[in-house]
Design a protein. Structure first.
Length: 512
């Protein structure tokens, strides 16, 4: 479909009267997927003990999900464009519910790991379908800002909600409920989507599936995610770790070459070479690297160093969630229609970096109210403000036939960023901790003093890694400020503006 035809179709068809109801069900599905990325973390020790999973294999409960999700996202986005977003969305939800039931009923390690991989695979189907449905249903700039503000708040804050819910379910019920809780989410979202969502016509991409692209992208992303996961457990010099990184570079390079030559590519290069979308994917991925590392460190710090229970730890993250909701639905939504997106994204990432900077001061006796609370509020406000325009602009002006794969790229940057962040920052922290303990343990005479040095070493490691996270957020802000050059949407029009001429997004009408 040409840009002119797309604009004409947008003119001819009035907005879907059920679009806000549809948003509610899409938001429920998105919350479920984001929750699942963190909810199992807190339940993992209980599940490990119950099913007799070894220390060496426990990471696979997290890794199996990340590998399947990250590796299959582009394929899932293309399936959404091919089958139709609504059908793919509902199928993904039903599959996710089934995989969650299997995980909750797991009687051994293999059953649990298999269910996690299935969850990841079905998540890779429904996540891009959800975002692309929003992209094609909300065409008015003001409404789009509100819709993506809500979606962005859920995408940003859902992980922290998962920590709270995971703590409550594990402490008061059973680890299996961290799986079973997905089932009602999925059933409500699937039923609502089936009866409420009416996908706009003419937005499908019926080109034949690019099988070489599917194989190369899936293997390349799996190798990349596994390489970072392996580095966390076995070190950066491990032969398998190095082999995975080399394989990833070769496979992804082959993927890019293939996509530039085939007639119907899995990922049309026009989706990522447009400077605004490229800047969004890169800056968002970097920001997620910083955020996921922070979730990990603060969870350990609060539970191991401060002695918080799982529930108390979860609730300690509430200020961050509140900040994200305010940043996304109030600051981001209100300003998105008044100023260019880069004026929200770059300052948002910098505000988050200031919050992260406060956390470099962590010590054993650090006050929650004095340091951690203000840091979390700043992080939430900054990330919420930046996420909202990022989520909206990542698919804004995209041709309907590419909406699924453009949405998949947003999720891919988040998933790959999360895997890299966890491994990279954890490795930096572990190295700093080892060095600190080695230098200070000699002066510790009693067992109590040695335990104190161990704790001090852990906190020193966290602070060191958080310095890197600060730097990563500053780089994300620089990329957003440099690459994202789209102007604010013109409220007087909701039509496409041509083929991204002069490096601009095909947003309604660009006002500079």
């Amino acid at each position: 479909m040409s840009d002119t035809a797309t604009a004409a179709a947008a003119k001819a068809s009035p907005p879907d009267p059920n679009r806000w109801k549809a948003l509610a069900f899409i938001a429920i599905a998105q919350l479920m997927v984001v929750l699942d990325a963190t909810i199992v973390n807190i339940a993992l020790p209980s599940a490990q003990e119950d099913l007799g999973i070894s220390d060496g294999n426990r990471q696979w409960v997290i890794t199996a999900y990340a590998l399947a999700f990250g590796g299959l996202l582009l394929f899932g986005g293309r399936i959404a464009d091919l089958w139709g977003r609504k059908r793919t969305f509902v199928a993904g939800l039903i599959g996710f519910a089934g995989a969650s039931a299997l995980g909750g009923a797991a009687t051994n390690e293999a059953m649990l790991l298999g269910s996690r991989a299935l969850q990841g695979a079905f998540g890779a189907l429904l996540a891009p379908a959800a975002l692309s449905l929003l992209a094609v249903m909300f065409t008015d700039a003001k409404e789009r800002a509100k819709a993506f503000g809500i979606y962005g708040a859920i995408a940003g804050g859902g992980g922290a909600v998962g920590l709270i819910l995971g703590g409550v379910l594990t402490e008061y019920m059973d680890w299996r409920w961290t799986f079973f809780v997905n089932i009602p989410f999925a059933i409500v979202a699937a039923a609502g989507a089936y009866f409420v969502i009416r996908e706009p016509s003419g937005g499908r991409n019926r080109s034949p599936l690019d099988i070489p692209g599917v194989v190369l992208s899936t293997l390349g992303l799996v190798a990349l995610v596994y390489g970072f996961t392996r580095a966390e457990s076995d070190g950066w010099g491990d032969s398998v770790t190095i082999g995975m990184f080399v394989a990833s570079v070769v496979l992804l390079a082959a993927f890019v070459v293939t996509e530039s030559k085939v007639k119907a590519p899995l990922l049309p290069l026009r989706v990522i070479t447009e400077r605004n979308r490229g800047g969004i994917y890169l800056s968002l991925g970097l920001a997620i690297i910083a955020m996921f590392g922070l979730f990990l460190f603060l969870t350990y710090y609060l539970q191991i160093v401060k002695g918080y229970t799982p529930v108390k730890t979860g609730f300690a993250f509430l200020p961050m969630i509140a900040g994200m909701i305010v940043g996304s639905t109030q600051i981001g939504t209100r300003l998105m229609i008044r100023i260019p997106p880069r004026m929200l994204m770059a300052p948002g990432f910098l505000v988050a970096a200031v919050g992260m900077l406060l956390l470099t001061q962590l010590e054993i006796g650090t006050s929650y109210a004095g340091v951690i609370l203000p840091a979390m509020v700043l992080l939430g406000l900054g990330m919420g403000t930046a996420f909202m325009p990022a989520m909206s602009l990542a698919t804004y002006g995209i041709e309907p036939r590419d909406a699924g794969v453009a949405s998949a790229m947003v999720n891919t940057s988040q998933q790959v960023g999360g895997a890299i962040g966890t491994a990279l920052l954890n490795t930096i922290a572990a190295s700093a901790t080892t060095s600190y303990i080695k230098d200070h343990i000699g002066g510790a005479g009693s067992q109590a003093q040695q335990q104190l040095v161990q704790l001090e070493g852990q906190v020193h490691g966290y602070a060191n890694a958080i310095w890197f996270a600060v730097g990563i957020l500053v780089v994300a802000a620089a990329i957003a400020g440099t690459f994202v050059n789209a102007g604010r949407p013109d409220m007087s029009s909701t039509e496409g503006a041509g083929d991204g001429a002069e490096d601009e997004m095909k947003v309604p009408v660009i006002a500079h």
